[in-house]
Design a protein around this ligand. Structure first.
Ligand SMILES: [Mg+2]
Length: 331
């Protein structure tokens, strides 16, 4: 079990974590929205199309296809699942069983080990909503995360600006890794800091500091360039920029993709990728959520330790960078 990869279905994964430490709100739902997962075929299509986008190989039609594939609506995702579980999906599920279905094994694997929790924010702790500024987490979820953090070191790892994530989560006892892990800070509360190892107090790491002026520039350029496309929203995440298209009419997706790509080409040290209903513009440095996970484990004194069990729960392509280095439990 120690080296097995266990997949925790979206949202249920966080419930598993909460259940392990005893959710303070039995009988209440942590997830007031329907599971939005697409089937494995949709996911594979998304990865292929997104890779095309990053390589700049797609024409306008290819970009739109990529945007559709990586941004399934809840209805489309439900339809994909309802269409039936094909053999490939069944085989994949056999290799990656639900952590809730295997929960006894999860508990057994954690015996004698220090669990460290890593949690994505959007789509994991909060619902995906039309307005990214309104992606609030429920009080029930906040209580669950607080409960988890009482027992295990807990970090929020998000593509958002660290300050914005903190505004949403409002828990001073957590570690926060914003901007896809490029902005890391330790617990702010005196109580949590007192429990942290001496070498770990106020850990702060910003490997992309030199890109700050460039990020400001590309943010301003993108805002200006996308102003004529209704619904497009450009978000400055400090060390990276997001262009949300969840409120853009699908007829305008091609124009938006072309516009964003044209602007990013002006900045050869930045790269463009795509997530769920969002374009991401990031520095080309070799740093991602996986590197952030390793950095935090190292900061906590768990580098190369065999008695640590990191658990990472996330729902986006960028989380897969963390899954690659986190060989134990993941979604
Ligand atoms: Mg997410």
């Amino acid at each position: 079990m120690a080296k097995a990869s266990v997949v925790v279905p979206e949202q249920v994964g966080a419930a598993a974590a909460a259940a392990q430490v005893g959710c303070p709100c039995p009988g209440t739902t942590l997830f007031p929205y329907p599971p939005p997962r697409a089937g494995i075929a949709v996911r594979r299509k998304c990865l292929q199309a997104a890779q095309q986008l990053e390589l700049g190989a797609g024409l306008r039609g290819g970009w739109v296809e990529s945007m559709r594939a990586s941004s399934p609506t809840h209805a489309k995702a439900a339809a994909a699942l309802a269409a039936g579980v094909d053999e490939e999906h069944a085989a994949w599920m056999a290799r990656h069983p639900s952590a809730l279905g295997e929960f006894e094994k999860v508990v057994a694997a954690s015996k004698g080990k220090q669990i460290v929790m890593f949690l994505d924010y959007d789509g994991t702790l909060s619902p995906i909503v039309d307005d990214p500024d309104a992606a609030f987490m429920s009080e029930t979820m906040r209580m669950a995360v607080r409960s988890v953090a009482k027992h295990f070191p807990t970090a929020i790892v998000s593509g958002r600006c660290r300050d914005k994530v903190f505004e949403f989560v409002k828990l001073a006892e957590l570690y926060y890794a914003g901007s896809h892990g490029m902005d890391i800070k330790g617990p702010a509360s005196r109580h949590a800091a007192a429990k942290s190892p001496p070498h770990n107090k106020g850990v702060l790491f910003q490997p992309a500091s030199e890109f700050l002026p460039m990020i400001e520039q590309v943010h301003d350029r993108l805002e200006q360039a996308t102003r004529s496309i209704p619904g497009a929203k450009v978000e400055n995440n400090k060390f990276c920029v997001s262009v949300h298209f969840r409120c853009v009419d699908e007829k305008s997706w091609g124009a938006l993709a072309e516009t964003v790509r044209r602007v990013v080409r002006e900045f050869p040290r930045l790269r463009l990728s795509q997530g769920r209903m969002v374009f991401e513009v990031r520095p080309t440095i070799k740093w991602d959520k996986g590197k952030a996970l390793e950095f935090l484990l190292d900061s906590l004194g768990f580098a190369d330790c065999s008695d640590v069990l990191p658990v990472y729960i996330g729902d986006d392509r960028t989380d897969e960078d963390a899954f690659k280095v986190n060989k134990y439990l993941y979604y």
